[in-house]
Design a protein around this ligand. Structure first.
Ligand SMILES: [Zn+2]
Length: 289
């Protein structure tokens, strides 16, 4: 995979010192080969400065690099958005609203809102691909245990977790989805949306998995054994995800659990991209409304 050095704070600030430099960057992302009017295809435009608008010289249609995106609606400068994304991208453990507010000298509410939207963009990206090849699948629970219950009914929030592996048995892509329960129909829905047909799926011998994986998949199941290699990646990753949530977000309410899990997956799935995460995340945020 592509290795690139980390984007240092100094380099970042040199790249994006002004509102115009951020706008120019978004323009390049949107029209890498120069402006093209989305209505008529004309390549000539007037730039309406200050409003981040580009008006077609032929049909007068107005385009924008931030319209319909969260960056536009908040009325916060692009420089603030870029800085927030920079800090999210460069802190592997995630950043809390409180820390971000302090770094950017903005209110806690603004920092919180920006992080919610950045996570939404991550979640949107994560929902766009399916796993294939050889996949480990299991369910786990997050949050407080329900008193008196054990095993699969013990937690307040069920999560289906699966990870695909490469030919050397190393983990590749991860998906974590909050589900209302782990009944057969729920598992079936998840599997249809998340795992390509023809995939080899490894699970424990829980009965909810049997029917959903019978058709179209190569299902390998084994009884849980803590000493076996079976599902070893999944159990490591689930442990890391729990530590991530606890460390940065001090546990979390059910309402936001999916977005934190998506952030964890987003980071995991781009763990070897290093310095590119900032650019990818700006693109994700500027194309997600
Ligand atoms: Zn036009």
């Amino acid at each position: 995979m592509h290795h690139k050095e980390e984007l240092s704070l100094r380099k970042f600030l040199n790249r994006f010192p002004t509102e115009e430099s951020c706008e120019e960057y978004l323009f390049q992302q949107k029209w890498p080969d120069g402006f093209i009017c989305p209505k008529c295809g004309c390549r000539e435009f007037y730039h309406i400065k200050g409003r981040k608008l580009y008006q077609c010289k032929h049909c007068r249609h107005q385009s924008s690099v931030t319209a319909n995106t969260v960056m536009h609606r908040t009325h916060k400068p692009l420089t603030t958005w870029f800085q927030a994304i920079y800090f999210v991208a460069s802190d592997k453990r995630g950043i809390s609203a409180c820390t971000l507010a302090g770094k950017l000298d903005i209110s806690y509410e603004t920092a919180w809102y920006m992080l919610v939207r950045i996570r939404k963009a991550m979640d949107h990206r994560e929902s766009q691909y399916m796993l294939a090849g050889i996949v480990e699948l299991d369910d786990s629970y997050f949050g407080a245990k329900i008193k008196g219950k054990r095993g699969r009914a013990a937690g307040n929030q069920s999560v289906i977790v699966c990870v695909s592996k490469d030919s050397k048995d190393r983990p590749q892509f991860l998906k974590m989805t909050v589900v209302p329960n782990v009944q057969r129909s729920t598992v079936e829905q998840f599997v249809d949306a998340a795992i390509e047909k023809g995939t080899t799926v490894q699970t424990d011998s829980y009965r909810s998995y049997i029917k959903p994986l019978r058709k179209g998949y190569n299902h390998e199941s084994a009884d849980f054994d803590p000493n076996s290699e079976h599902l070893k990646w999944l159990h490591t990753i689930i442990g890391n995800a729990k530590a991530f949530l606890k460390g940065t977000y001090h546990g979390t309410s059910t309402k936001y659990l999916q977005s934190y899990l998506s952030e964890f997956c987003y980071r995991f799935n781009r763990r070897s991209f290093h310095g590119q995460i900032f650019d990818r995340l700006v693109l994700a945020v500027s194309s997600c409304n």
